[in-house]
Design a binder for this molecule. Structure first.
Ligand code: SAH
Length: 505
């Protein structure tokens, strides 16, 4: 049997983008991933091939005992597995990675350690606090604040560290914050020394409290702050006033429900996350290729007779080229047929298949397509419009009314999921969502069907409703939801910008 191997990987502090490239490569190579409470589960997307084993806290209960985790790693490696042991932050900083590595070394199991961005460094960076600065401090210490009640804080030499170290960072110190601050003051640290407590650093849920050493414990208690949080003590904390950037992002602190079809949500979500928002994805439609493609295939065969191909979404582009490929064809099947894309996103999707759209109407919707194409078509000409099963009738009726023959086979179908994803429903029920974005009428109508009229109104009425354009807005109003946010241009980018102006108003 091939020998197994264990990669002790630092997952970083939370933001999945802070995993190292080496860490990602090891996850991609893993057969099993053993992960912790503080390792962002989104990182598991890097290891779809692997079995995953969660060894973190569940519902407040403490994790699998450390000796059992050690034994698990040894057992898996002895089965010949490539094991990714994913730990929050850095594996060797207060993460018991040292114990796991010793256990592997003693068992003779090959292992590698991939460092990660530790919480102290991440919290400093994302809260706008340089942990060292020539004018303020030349030393930095990392300490454990021992949340484990079985251990005593008295293992720290307060007399030495209170004045001997410039910047002090405490991990796991929340339940002992009062003791920590009192000991530091009692041993000579100035009571006015600024302190920052940063919770869920680097994630959209990041929260920061700043107060003098003599007051911070009371401030934190009053705010009901809970772990995980990092405590930074030192003059450098004052720099946050000038250097904070993460929590100044325009959508920081907002939680936004994104209702696009699962296949397309990623890009829009990334856009909102970049603006600082916390995104909860809630697909309301699943897109499937048409089950019976006879009509579609016949229309594709007729392509040489068509003067235009009309595609009205990125999905239409992807499903269309997928069907061409299934038929053993490619972009050359278009021959001299020109291509109309409903908007810039659709045009961009076309470019990934090597097609430059001949026409993108100035008005990015079906009406715009009709208006732009009418002067370019003679009666009797043929166009191909492969469409979604629930597409509006505008293009077909608009063009055939001018004597144009419109081939409009169904290309893909919208399927309604039976329920919402559990995390989205829980967030809605808990009042944890600020705004919901609708990017098509179907997303509104589907959500209505999935939640039922009563649930739809109860859960969505308190939210800010954002719709991509007037048609989607109308569908919202028709179902009793007043729309607060609607961009002038019907694009995702414009919708994101409209959310920003709504929240900065
Ligand atoms: N190995 C980890 C630390 C594990 S100990 C690392 O290198 O970061 C767990 C403690 O880390 C928590 O109690 C908290 O103090 C800190 N921590 C981890 N992730 C954090 C985050 N995103 N924000 C704030 N503190 C965090």
């Amino acid at each position: 049997m091939k020998p197994g191997r264990v990669y002790l990987i630092g997952a970083g502090p939370g933001d999945p983008g802070l995993l190292t490239v080496r860490g990602r490569d090891c996850l991609r190579a893993a057969e099993v991933v053993v992960y912790d409470y503080l390792a962002n589960p989104l990182l598991l997307r890097e290891a779809p091939q692997a079995e995953t084993i969660y060894v973190g806290k569940s519902k407040g209960l403490h994790h699998l005992p450390q000796n059992e985790i050690n034994a698990l790693l040894v057992k898996l490696a002895r089965q010949g597995k490539i094991v990714a042991r994913l730990k929050g932050g850095d594996p060797y900083v207060f993460g018991r990675g040292g114990e796991e590595a010793l256990c592997l070394a003693q068992a003779g199991i090959p292992f590698e350690v991939i460092p990660g961005v530790t919480a102290a460094f991440a919290a400093g960076a994302y809260a706008g606090i340089p942990l060292t600065h020539r004018d303020y401090t030349t030393s930095l210490g990392l300490f454990t604040g021992h949340e484990d009640p079985a251990k005593k804080l008295s293992t720290l030499d307060w007399a030495k560290l209170a004045t001997g170290v410039g910047t002090l960072v405490f991990y796991m110190g929340m339940s002992n914050l009062d003791t920590i601050t009192r000991e530091l003051i009692a041993h000579g640290r100035a009571p006015q020394t600024p302190v920052a407590v940063i919770r869920w650093a680097t994630l959209p849920a990041q929260q920061t409290l700043v107060a003098p050493l003599c007051e911070i414990a009371a401030v934190v208690a009053a705010a009901g702050f809970k772990p995980p949080a990092i405590i930074i003590v030192g003059e450098v904390v004052a720099l946050r006033e000038q250097l904070s950037w993460f929590d100044r992002k325009p959508l920081f602190g907002r939680t936004i429900l994104v209702t696009r079809a699962a296949e397309q949500a990623g890009e829009f979500s990334a856009m909102l996350q970049d603006l600082g928002a916390q995104v909860v994805e809630c697909p309301t439609i699943r897109l499937d290729p048409v089950a019976d493609s006879t009509g579609l295939d016949a229309a594709i065969t007729a392509l040489p007779d068509c003067s235009w191909l009309i595609l009205t979404s990125g999905n239409a582009v992807r499903f269309f080229f997928a069907r061409l490929a299934a038929l053993g064809l490619d972009a050359r099947a278009l021959g001299r047929c020109r291509v109309c894309a409903v908007g810039p996103r659709t045009a961009a999707a076309l470019r990934t298949f090597g097609i430059h759209a001949d026409l993108v109407p100035p008005d990015y919707k079906a009406e715009g397509v009709v208006e732009a194409l009418v002067p370019r078509l003679q009666p009797g000409e043929k166009v191909l419009f492969p469409r979604a099963d629930k597409a509006r009738d505008v293009i077909v009726s608009g063009l055939s009314g001018r004597g144009v023959e419109v081939l409009a086979p169904v290309l893909y179908c919208n399927t309604l999921p039976a329920t919402l994803p559990a995390d989205a429903l829980a967030a809605l029920e808990a009042g944890g969502i600020d705004a919901v974005c609708f990017t098509a009428s179907s997303t509104v109508e589907n959500l209505y069907t999935i939640l039922g009229a009563a649930g739809f109104h109860r859960l969505l009425a308190p939210l800010a409703i954002a719709a991509i354009g007037p048609i989607t807005s109308k569908s919202c109003t028709k179902l009793g939801l007043p729309v607060a946010i609607e961009p002038a241009e019907y694009t995702l980018k414009a919708l994101a910008a409209a959310l920003v102006s709504y929240y900065s108003a």
